[in-house]
Design a protein around this ligand. Structure first.
Ligand SMILES: NC(=O)c1ccc[n+]([C@@H]2O[C@H](COP(=O)([O-])OP(=O)(O)OC[C@H]3O[C@@H](n4cnc5c(N)ncnc54)[C@H](O)[C@@H]3O)[C@@H](O)[C@H]2O)c1
Length: 475
């Protein structure tokens, strides 16, 4: 694991401790919120290629102040207990910040998914899910996973199906996991939700001139030079939306096998295709290849988007980073030590708790959709249409009256009656969530001289809400 000085959990806890020092909370509650409630380790065997292979997996529950608990399942050889516990803690704080009614959890399996064929991965995933389901560590009311590094909608479909086979009478079975394909109970816009959320977070930041000036920048996202580390689900979608829809210029992309750089901007879709066909960025035409990809974290740019994994910006390279604005699309990409070095140099960091909350926000919509058993948007559309129809009829009746000097245009009617489809509802719900959470975080940051950065402000908002939830329950 690349997080330095004591591990990922220590880094998250250091950030937590800084925030609680600025709050008025009882010491017992401070400790209760910080500790990880439970971590389950499972070792299981699967017969593959004529051999029994033993795998190690984890499911960690950080906080059950709200249930179900929520958090992705990661497939990576680097997965370990400290990592899942840190990620579970971040889920607790993230859910509170964006007001999704979940506690925090995370899971992981020590595996390199590229080493296995899809049918083998299915066997492994179903067996891992079986181990967790039989202990209620996957359950629509208690513990709801989602995709993370190395997993996607395919794995979520297998997990959902495994749960439903083992719980045939649970009518809410599909809600046991989110991030499923659309035809298996998923929701429009979930795959790209985290990248979309990064885009909405940056748009919100650029709506506040003071904040933009604090980073030494000006204007809008148009023409801003962006460097992206990690071109997976989150990094690719964020880069794609920001370049296609906001006019930003992605000048470098860093991947496992190196980095590609072009001051004229990289075509995101072409690079995506190149990586699919070649397994890495090397050989991408029209851009300079650098074997030491991580070195490009230090290149000149306006916005740096670490979207790979934790701890890639640490004490060892933080002084060399030139980006005035960093948005943490990954979880924990900046260690606690690096955070302070960067802040002291004037860099503004939009923290992970907020920046990558798009995934869990849209997962919440998917969970609600599964529990209601109705396509998101369908009810709303009918109700809205009926309401609008009444209004339109009334206005039309009035307009026929000679005393009223105007008539309704057909454009007005069309747009008023269009209603909202699932994707529109998901996007507007996500946008609303990202704006509200930024507002809450920013208010604390700007109102208090003792709050040094957006991250501390985010923790203060989130811990305050978790504390209120525990207190309301009478703990
Ligand atoms: N998928 C989600 O919905 C979601 C939601 C919230 C947060 N996150 C976080 O975002 C990060 C990325 O997740 P993802 O789902 O996009 O994973 P992914 O597996 O789809 O993509 C990760 C990408 O990063 C690359 N990578 C890994 N290590 C690297 C390194 N050291 N340098 C450069 N590139 C590297 C991988 O090759 C891969 O392309 C993780 O920290 C994850 O916890 C993901």
């Amino acid at each position: 694991m690349s997080v330095q000085n004591g591990g990922f959990s220590a880094s998250v806890n250091a950030m937590y401790d800084r925030a609680v020092q600025l709050m008025d909370l009882r010491p017992g509650l401070v400790k209760k919120i910080r500790v990880c409630n439970a971590t389950y380790t499972v070792r299981f065997g699967v017969r593959l290629r004529g051999e029994i292979h033993t795998f190690t997996g984890y499911r960690s529950v950080h906080s059950e102040h709200m249930e179900p608990v929520k958090g992705g399942i990661r497939y990576s050889l680097a997965v370990n207990q400290d990592e899942v516990e840190a990620l579970a803690a971040l889920m607790t704080y993230k859910c509170a910040l964006v007001e999704t009614p979940f506690g925090g959890a995370k899971g992981g399996l020590c595996i390199d998914p590229t080493e296995w064929e899809p049918h083998e991965l299915e066997q492994i995933t179903r067996r891992f899910a079986y181990e967790l389901i039989k202990r209620d560590m996957i359950n629509p009311a208690q513990n709801v996973p989602a995709p993370d590094m190395g997993t996607g909608e395919r794995e979520m479909a297998w997990i959902s199906d495994q749960y439903q086979r083992m719980n045939t009478t649970d009518i809410n079975g599909r809600a046991c996991v989110t991030g499923k394909p659309l035809n298996a109970g998923g929701i429009a816009g979930r795959i790209e939700a985290t990248g979309r959320g990064v885009q909405y977070a940056l748009r919100e930041f650029f709506r506040h001139d003071d904040d933009v000036k604090s980073a030494g920048l000006d204007g809008t996202l148009e023409g801003k030079r962006i460097i992206v580390q990690g071109f997976g689900n989150v990094g690719f979608h964020a880069a794609s939306f920001l370049s296609r829809e906001d006019g930003a210029l992605v000048t470098a992309v860093l991947e496992r096998d190196g980095a590609v750089q072009s001051d004229a901007g990289i075509d995101i879709d072409t690079l995506h295709m190149h990586i699919r066909e070649n397994g890495g960025v090397k050989g991408f035409p029209g851009a300079t290849y650098h074997e030491d990809g991580a070195k490009l974290l230090e290149a000149e740019c306006d916005i740096l988007i670490p979207a790979a994994m934790e701890g890639t910006i640490h004490e060892g390279n933080a002084r060399e980073i030139k980006a005035p604005l960093i948005i943490e699309a990954a979880n924990g990409p900046i260690t606690a030590e690096a955070n302070d070095i960067l802040r002291d140099r004037g860099c503004i960091i939009i923290p992970d708790l907020y920046a990558n909350a798009g995934g869990v926000t849209v997962s919440y919509f998917e969970w609600v959709k599964n529990l209601t058993h109705i396509r998101f948007g369908r009810m709303e559309r009918r109700a809205e249409e009926a309401r609008h129809q009444l209004l339109v009829d009334e206005l039309e009746r009035l307009s026929k009256n000679r005393d009223v000097p105007w008539t309704l245009s057909s454009d007005f009617k069309t747009s008023y009656l269009r209603g909202a489809g699932e994707l529109e509802l998901v996007r507007s719900g996500l946008d609303d969530t990202m704006r509200a959470a930024y507002g809450a975080m920013r208010e604390v940051w700007r109102a208090r001289d003792d709050v040094p950065d957006l991250r501390t402000a985010a923790f203060i908002v989130s811990i305050g809400r978790i504390a209120a939830s525990y207190q309301a329950k009478g703990l």
